[in-house]
Each structure stands twice: as structure tokens, then as C-alpha cells.
Design a protein around this ligand. Sequence first.
Ligand SMILES: Nc1ncnc2c1ncn2[C@@H]1O[C@H](COP(=O)(O)OP(=O)(O)O)[C@@H](O)[C@H]1O
Ligand SMILES: [Mg+2]
Length: 469
Amino acid sequence: MPAAAPAIDLSARYDPRRNQKQVEFHSAPETNKLYGGALGGGKTAALVNESIQLLLDYPGNFGLLLRKTWPSFRDTTYPQLVKFLDPRLVADWTHTDKIVTLVNGSKLRYGGIGPGADDWQAFMGGEYGFIALDQAEEFSETEFKMLSTRLRLNLPGIRYRFIMTCNPDPGWLKERFIEKNLSDHRFVPALPTDNLANLPPDYIAKLKDILDENQIKALLEGDWEAVGAPDNVYAYLRVKAAMSRKAEPGLPVEIGVDVARMGDDETDIVLREGLRVSVWDQARGHDLMRTVGEIWRCVSERVVPVWGLRLPKLRIKVDADGLGAGVVDRLREQRREKEELYTQAILEKADPAAAEEAKKAGWRFRIEIVEIPGSGKPPEPLKFKNLRAEIHWSLRELLDDIALPDNRELVSQLISIKYKINSAGQYEILSKDQIKEKLGRSPDLAEAILYALVDIKPIGPVPNIRSLR
Ligand SMILES: Nc1ncnc2c1ncn2[C@@H]1O[C@H](COP(=O)(O)OP(=O)(O)O)[C@@H](O)[C@H]1O
Ligand SMILES: [Mg+2]
């Protein structure tokens, strides 16, 4: 029987309550967890301490703590292990084998995997309860996947973990943990400012002296777009900033609708009130009449009661590629009747004097139905391949002003939208089908938001875009 761990106050060495992101990392219930971002954010400390906790939580556990090479492990991860692993917990530390055994019988194997592409094979004999990779961007996705298969230690009640840290990097980690937003994966972003309580006071200033501008963006500000090819239309940090921004509701009030094209796509209805964006409805499937009903419900339950007489006009904008055309047709058939209905309802509810004045001024509730033919011709055909590319580009410019709903799925969708410059010299946005192939689902909510925000006035057969502000 392994001895029970002695009661030792571990928080004397490591206290995650001084760094909220560490708390978030430790309390995330997912199997695969990535703590990624800036230097000095407290990532290695969190990785080492979560490893220690897992060894304590499951007596008899066997964990693997690695960096890509031994010299890098020895110089960066190892000192943190020595700093945080209380000697009173250690029964045996065999430095030649690089194995620590705790008093409760749990073991930690640590070290470097080796610089070669096949060096992971040396670790395939073990069966582990958790695997922890420091600076995981140095590893390949193959190494991650192969090591994952070894999470199979037979220990009753154990929850397996694959935990990792990294600095911003354009590779597989970003795709897996941020863009794909896979189930049972959690990404926690790290900034040095999260960890000020544990850093020397001049730490950030000193690094700023050493690093160049792009390195500052990547390594100090945690900006994922500052490294590698910046092909994201929407940069991760700008999306996050838009999600924490507050904006008062204002004019114009517009509804954007992205209609599902296939059974597993989503129909999304989004409301924008000036710079404030909110999600009204997200539903799988493509029952067109239900979609139309849901749009009118948004008008009658949300727009009419909140805005009433103050609204000069409501615009409903629907993507008209594919099934959206049917929604547009039905909305147009019903438009006049609905205008009458809402006008009546608002006038009846309003203060009588205000209603009288509004009637005199000829006010009525007006609705405009706009279809957005994404694959159609853009106002600036020299610069953009199609309308969709041009309106995405205008939303990119608007991103620093708007307030978006805080939604992890939306982060993934927005940053999955990539552009390229094609051989005609035009900006081209990866099609929804291409994105769907890559991510397993299409960015429907992102596109509904795009439609809600973009200002499109049809002029003749080709729609024109006015300023977004
Ligand atoms: N919660 C904590 N309690 C005590 N020291 C901490 C804590 N978090 C981080 N540190 C210390 O802060 C410094 C920077 O943390 P580190 O984990 O090396 O950052 P990163 O790996 O993100 O670059 C290290 O000296 C580390 O030991
Ligand atoms: Mg580190």
C-alpha cells in the first residue's frame, strides 16, 4: 500500500490565486488543455504544478513531463520542477533515469524527447495517466497524436489529461485549439500582465528592450497573427477585444440571417443595434418557413418593444446564395402586411401625444428586405473576387469599433476565415465549403454577423456598399 501524501501546504510555493488564468487552466475539465501565449505568463509553472497535482490526486499515477529536447528541458522546465516539487513529497529521485517517485507511489518521468522526427517512439512503451508538454509548438501534431495513444494507464477512477504550454505559433496547436475549437479541448490565453504578482517588476520593460516589434507582439502581447503568414481576415486578439467591448445600442437596427445550406449547417439570426451585436437564434436544419417565423419573432419580441417609434426603418439582410433565396421571397410576400401590423401595435402602445405627432409626421414602421448574393459581383471588382470578400473586408475594418457577443464558437469561426490574393490580384476569401472541409463545420454565425453589420444598398442588379459607419 502506498503511503498517503502528508498534509503539506503546497500554496506556500505555488499559489494560482495570484494569477486568474492559472486558475482557469487548472479548473478546466477538458482532457486536452493548452495554456498558450506570452512569455512570463506563468505557463510552465502551471504545467508543472498541474502535473504535481495529478500525481497527488491519483496515487499510483504515472505521468510524463517533456520538452522537445533535453537541453531545453534541463534549462527551463527542470528548474521549475525543482522549485515547485516540495521535497517532503518525494520518496525517490533517480536523476540518471529521470524519474521521480512520490511518497504516494505516483511516478513522474521527465526529460526531452529528442530532436529527431521519430524520437517519440522511445516513449511509446509506457502507459501514462497524463502527459505534459512544455513549449508544445516545438512538437509535431504526429508526436501529440502518437503520445495521446499512450494515455491508458490502468488506474481506477483516473481522468486522463494531455496538458501543454506554448508561445504563439501559426501551426497545428492554433488550428486544433483555437480554430477548430474541438470538443474536449480547452485553450487558455496567457499574458505577462496576468502574472505580474510573480514576475520581477522590470521584467516586461527589459524584454521590450531586447525584442523586435514582431516579437513584442507575439511574445509579450500574445498575438498569434504576429508570427507566420498573417492570412486571417480577423486577428484573434482583435476578436477577443471586440468581445469584451461594451457598446450602447444605437441605430441602425438590422437583422442578419445566414440560412443553413445542408442539414448539419446552422441557421443563425443576428441583431445589430448600431455597434452592438447580439445573437437572436441559432438552429440546426433548414426548415425555411420556421426560419421566416423566427425572423418575425425577433422583430415582434425584440425590435418592436425596444425601439418602437424611435426606429425609422428596419432592414433584414439574408444571404441569397442557395436556400436563402426562398427565405427572401417569403419575407417579401409578407412585408407589407407586417409593416401594417407593427405600425398599429407601436402606435397603440405609445404615449398618445407622441403617437399623434408620429402620425402627423407620416411615421410608419418600415421594413426593407435585402438579399446578399455573396458570390455576386463586388462594387470594387479590381480589388475583390466577389461580394463576400468585399464585405468581409469591410467587417475587418469595423472590428475595432463593434461589441460582439462573448462566444468561443464565434472566436473559432471568425479566425477560421482566411484570405488569399489570387492570380488576378484580387482578395479572395476561402469559401464556406473549403472552411467546412478544414474545420468540420461552416462559419455560419460569423456570416450572419457579417450580414447584420454590412451596409448594402442594391443599385440596379449589382449591390453597392456604402460606408459602414
Ligand atoms: N502561481 C505562481 N506562484 C509562484 N510563482 C509563480 C507562479 N506562477 C508563475 N510563477 C513564477 O513566475 C515566473 C514566470 O513563470 P513561467 O511559468 O516561467 O512563465 P512562462 O512559462 O509563461 O514563460 C517563474 O519564475 C515562475 O516560477
Ligand atoms: Mg515557460
